[in-house]
Design a protein. Structure first.
Ligand code: SAM
Length: 222
C-alpha cells in the first residue's frame, strides 16, 4: 500500500528505536534521510540494508513534488531525520503537507523526540506547555520573547550550546531572574544532565563556559 511513514529515530541512545520503526525501515521501498551517514549507523546496527536518499532542508523544496508523486504512484517511503521526530524542528512539514494535499496516506509512528523527556523530567508543570523550538535568531526574537513573557504554560526552547548562556541572559531580561527553569542536556547519552533552579541559578551553575552537547531550555509559565 502506497504510503509515507514518518519514523522517529533515537536522539542519542541507539536502543531507543521501536520494533515497529525497525520493521518499517526494513519494509519500505526507500528511506528519505536528513543525514544519510547518521541513518546508516542506525541501519547497520540493526542489519537493515535499505536504500537511502538524502532529504534535508536545502533540497526538500525541490523534491517534494517528485517524491509525493512517486508515493502516489505506488511507492512506500519512510522519512527520518538526523535524530528524533521528523517535522519537529527538522524537515518533514513540506513533504507531509504535499502528500496530504494529494491524498497520499501519511502515518507517523510514535517515538523519540527530545522535548518530551526534557519536559517530563524538568519538574516544571507538564500538564500544559508550549513548544517554541528554536527562537528566531535575529529578526523577530525580541517580539517573540515579549509575547512569551506573558505565557502561563511551561515554555520549551531548543537552542544551540554556544548560545545557551546568551539565551539565558535574555530570558532573565524578559522574564525576570527568579523564573523557575531547567536546562536539559545530552538526553539519553552518557553525560545526560539536568540543571534545575531559577534562571539566575542555572546561569551561575554554568559558570564561565557554555555547556557542551545538545541542550533544551524549559521555563516555567508566568
Ligand atoms: N527532531 C528533533 C526532535 O524530535 O527533538 C529535534 C531536532 S533539532 C534540529 C535539534 C535540537 O533538538 C538540539 O539543538 C537540541 O535543542 C534538541 N535535542 C536533540 N537531541 C537532544 C538531546 N539528546 N538532548 C538534548 N537536546 C536535544
Amino acid at each position: 500500500m502506497s504510503k509515507l511513514y514518518i519514523v522517529p529515530t533515537p536522539i542519542g541512545n541507539l536502543e531507543d528505536v521501536t520494533l515497529r520503526a525497525l520493521r518499517i525501515l526494513e519494509d519500505v521501498d526507500l528511506i528519505l534521510a536528513e543525514d544519510t551517514r547518521k541513518t546508516g549507523i542506525l541501519l547497520r546496527r540493526h542489519k537493515i540494508t535499505k536504500k537511502t536518499l538524502s532529504h534535508h532542508k536545502f533540497n526538500e523544496h525541490r523534491f517534494v513534488e517528485k517524491l509525493s508523486d512517486r508515493i502516489l504512484n505506488g511507492e512506500v517511503m519512510a522519512l527520518v531525520s538526523e535524530a528524533g521526530t521528523p517535522g519537529i524542528s527538522d524537515p518533514g512539514y513540506l513533504l507531509i503537507r504535499e502528500c496530504i494535499r494529494k491524498q497520499v496516506e501519511v502515518e507517523c509512528l510514535p517515538g523519540p523526540t527530545a522535548f518530551i523527556p526534557a519536559l517530563v523530567a524538568s519538574g516544571l508543570p507538564s500538564d500544559r506547555f508550549v513548544f517554541e523550538g528554536f527562537l528566531p535568531q535575529k529578526k523577530g526574537r525580541q517580539k517573540r520573547l515579549n509575547e512569551l513573557k506573558e505565557e502561563t504554560r511551561t515554555i520549551i526552547l531548543y537552542e544551540a550550546p554556544h548560545r545557551i548562556r546568551k539565551c539565558l541572559h535574555q530570558l532573565m531580561e524578559f522574564f525576570g531572574k527568579d523564573r523557575p527553569a531547567c536546562l536539559a542536556r545530552e538526553l539519553t547519552k552518557i553525560h545526560e544532565q539536568f540543571n534545575r533552579g531559577t534562571l539566575e541559578e542555572i546561569l551561575a551553575m554554568l559558570g564561565d563556559s557554555d555547556p557542551k552537547g545538545e541542550c533544551i531550555i524549559l521555563v516555567g509559565g508566568r
